[in-house]
Design a protein around this ligand. Structure first.
Ligand SMILES: NC(=O)c1ccc[n+]([C@@H]2O[C@H](COP(=O)([O-])OP(=O)(O)OC[C@H]3O[C@@H](n4cnc5c(N)ncnc54)[C@H](OP(=O)(O)O)[C@@H]3O)[C@@H](O)[C@H]2O)c1
Length: 409
């Protein structure tokens, strides 16, 4: 891009103010913030009042602004802003995973029809450069698996429950440290990780998956007895987002997993994120880094802004390869289910039970279930029941009824 980037910035919270700082500390970038639009007129701010306003038209109708950076915390308002900006032929950089996961194809088409770029590296695991790597580095490889810790708040909580704290204590601590929102639902019930997974699936496998079609179950109901079970077996509890290609089917879900010490995510603790990308030729690679925070997230936004200076656009190369790939829920998975109420365990029908433990105040079962049987249970709202996936590869049922273990790919 020969012209300079004149930025209209929406939002001056954690990430917006971080971007302001990193842009001012970066000398070599040909971009400046021309206008900032925020929402709350009563808030005291660290910047001069003449730099910001409250009307989105101040950015969207300003012909000097050729890039809109959308960093607000309201996905519906962001939809209005981003779609209008693209229609007005302004490039857009966003960090809003909910907006992107829910409207990805529409936004891709809008950007294409208007000849502008729509970039969003910060929306998936903040500072970890995973989207552009999938787009560029793995172009010719066949990706077979994406797996990782995509949510810093839940990972922080699980690190603390692993250290012996209760879920409530750990959540309070996450909140005190600024990791958890006052309503932590999106994080602890795994919606946030699911939005990120949907975005990555588009880039890695060329498949559009609607968030509503992807199972998300979080960590809200974990108890110390579940942590103890994992520890006794040398395992750790992690909330994993996962997409695995099994022949022409893709399974994708987010759920707590009990993982062994040699798993890539075992040592990824506290607010860190990790993403494993597995390809047919490249084998397994782990990206690890800050999954949130003002400056780390702003660094990913800055990287998108820099990429725009050389006219970068995502090409969605995997979408251009003709495949019959489709999302499946027809697979089996090995799980642990624990409760203080024996009747609760009956809510899950097992294909095959491996362990069935009963004491006066704690019951658990392990074994294979049909993944489809989890879907109607509304586990995020089911107290006194904790389900975790055990370390065995999922097995597809429909096309491979007798196979006990499949290699990924
Ligand atoms: N925080 C992170 O570590 C992180 C990491 C990755 C991605 N993200 C994503 O980045 C985005 C911003 O997150 P954040 O943590 O910076 O949020 P935040 O700290 O809550 O700040 C939100 C900002 O958006 C502004 N805002 C809200 N509605 C608006 C509207 N309709 N018009 C104009 N401004 C509006 C707020 O204005 P006021 O200042 O007037 O209230 C505030 O400045 C979200 O999509 C989030 O998911 C955040």
């Amino acid at each position: 891009m020969s012209t300079k980037l004149n930025i209209g910035l929406f939002g001056f919270g954690c990430v917006g103010s971080g971007l302001y700082k990193v842009l001012h500390e970066t000398q070599q970038i040909k971009a400046n913030i021309e206008r900032i639009v925020v929402k709350d007129r009563s808030k005291k701010r660290s910047i001069a009042p003449e730099l910001y306003g409250f009307d989105k038209a101040e950015i969207l109708e300003n012909p000097n602004i050729n890039l809109v950076v959308e960093l607000i915390d309201d996905a519906e308002a962001a939809y209005e802003i981003v779609t209008e900006a693209l229609r007005r032929q302004k490039h857009v950089v966003s960090a809003n995973k909910k907006l992107i996961a829910e409207h990805l194809d529409e936004l891709i088409d809008l950007a294409k029809d208007n000849g502008v770029s729509f970039l969003y590296e910060a929306a998936v695991c903040a500072s970890i450069p995973v989207i552009r790597n999938i787009e560029e580095y793995y172009t010719s490889d066949v990706l077979s698996r994406l797996e990782g810790i995509f949510n810093e708040t839940s990972n922080y909580i699980l690190t603390q429950t692993d250290a012996g704290k209760s879920y409530d204590e750990a959540l309070q601590e996450a909140s005190d440290l600024g990791y958890a929102e006052s309503d932590p639902t999106l994080d602890v019930d795994a919606f946030d990780a699911k939005f990120k997974l949907c975005i990555l699936v588009k880039h890695a496998f060329g498949l559009t998956v609607e968030p509503k079609d992807v199972f998300n179950y979080g960590i809200r109901h974990i108890k110390q007895r579940d942590v103890r079970y994992a520890k006794e077996k040398g395992l750790k509890v992690k909330l994993l987002a996962k997409a695995v290609k099994l022949n022409d089917k893709l399974l994708a879900y987010v759920a707590p997993h009990f993982i062994p010490a040699d798993h890539n995510c075992y040592a990824i603790d506290n607010a860190l994120n990790g993403v494993t990308v597995e390809g047919l030729f490249s084998d397994e690679q782990l990206f690890k880094g800050q999954g949130a925070g003002s400056l780390p997230t702003a660094s990913a936004v800055l990287s998108d802004i820099s990429a725009l200076l050389y006219d970068y656009q995502y090409e969605y190369k995997k979408s251009n390869v003709l495949t019959d790939l489709s999302l499946t829920q027809d697979f089996k998975v090995k799980v642990y289910v624990g409760s203080t109420d024996a009747k609760r365990l009956e809510e899950l029908s097992f294909l095959h039970v491996e362990e069935n433990y009963q004491s006066a105040d704690y019951y658990y079962k392990t074994g294979w279930i049909r993944f489809e049987d989890l879907l109607p249970l509304n586990l995020n709202a089911t107290a006194d029941l904790f389900v975790a996936v055990l370390p065995e590869n999922e097995v597809e049922l429909a096309s491979q009824p007798k196979v006990e273990a499949l290699n990924y790919v």
